[in-house]
Design a binder for this molecule. Structure first.
Ligand SMILES: C[S@@+](CC[C@H](N)C(=O)[O-])C[C@H]1O[C@@H](n2cnc3c(N)ncnc32)[C@H](O)[C@@H]1O
Length: 260
């Protein structure tokens, strides 16, 4: 049975992807001119990916997936949104790159392909859409080869305190909302209901440990991956609030490995 909350998000993302596809912040045209959409953290985490197999979970329209392909990785991207996958295939054609894009809820992804991967990655704006971190971690572990590496980077869960009204860090109930602006195009109101899930850092880390992975590094950062307020400034592909470091982290990253 499809997860009904995830299905709502699928509909909402079908709408949001079209808003993002044309939005200048996504730098799609620059990507087609050769710009790499990847940021320093994931580039440093994986190093040379030439000839390696890479699975990108929750890949949207594949800008990052295809940036890895440009670096020589053999890529597969998975996303729940039909429109994401349609646009990812279109982008692949436009860029003249190789890659495989598959539509699936990340929680249902086991069995989608028979392959195992050297690298599995999930980045920037994903964990809030996942209702069950234990099930998610099983998918990550399933698709890694022995010795394979997982990397994720995302909003730090403590940023829930910045929501209006703030959410509890330990919040357990799904957070439902509609009629709110798209995060990329604040002028565009998404009427479709979206459902988000709050996961404390311990829940994410423990889910990966329970799935048999070894955590190799956990990072916490004073920068974000997009300007949450209009006065944030950009440096080295990340965004900083004015007035010095914030009181608590804005992003976290995590490296884990499947034992040999
Ligand atoms: C903020 S975007 C991720 C963008 C990503 N960093 C990139 O490389 O473009 C979140 C993505 O997660 C996808 N998504 C949301 N819920 C999902 C689920 N349950 N399973 C798979 N993908 C999902 C959405 O369709 C959307 O494309």
């Amino acid at each position: 049975m499809p997860n009904s909350d995830h299905e709502k998000n699928r509909e909402a993302w079908n709408e949001m992807v079209e808003v993002h596809w044309d939005h200048p912040a996504q730098k799609r045209e620059e990507f087609l001119d050769g710009r790499c959409s990847l940021k320093p953290m994931e580039l440093e985490a994986f190093g040379d990916v030439n000839g390696k197999s890479l699975l990108h979970l929750m890949c949207q329209f594949g800008l990052d997936t295809l940036s890895w392909a440009r670096r020589g990785a053999v890529v597969t991207g998975i996303d729940i949104s039909d429109q994401s996958i349609k646009r990812a295939d279109e982008l692949k054609q436009l860029a003249g790159l190789e890659g495989r894009f598959l539509r699936s809820d990340v929680l249902d992804a086991i069995g989608l392909v028979d392959d195992k991967f050297d690298n599995v990655i999930q980045t920037y704006g994903t964990q809030c859409w996942i209702s069950d971190m234990e099930q998610w971690a099983q998918v990550v572990a399933h698709y890694l080869k022995p010795g394979g590496q997982f990397f994720m980077v995302d909003d730090h869960p403590i940023t829930c305190l910045w929501e209006e009204p703030p959410n509890s860090y330990l919040h357990k109930e799904p957070i439902r909302y509609s009629g709110e602006p798209d995060y990329c195009d604040r002028e565009h109101i998404i009427e479709t209901e979206r459902v988000e899930f709050q996961h404390p850092l311990s829940e994410i880390v423990n889910a990966l440990i329970n799935a048999g992975l070894t955590i190799e590094h956990l990072g916490e950062y004073d920068k974000g991956y997009y300007p949450i307020q209009a006065d944030w400034y950009e440096k080295d592909r990340y965004w900083y609030p004015p007035g010095g470091p914030p009181m608590y982290p804005l992003m976290f990253s995590l490296k884990a490995r499947k034992p040999e």
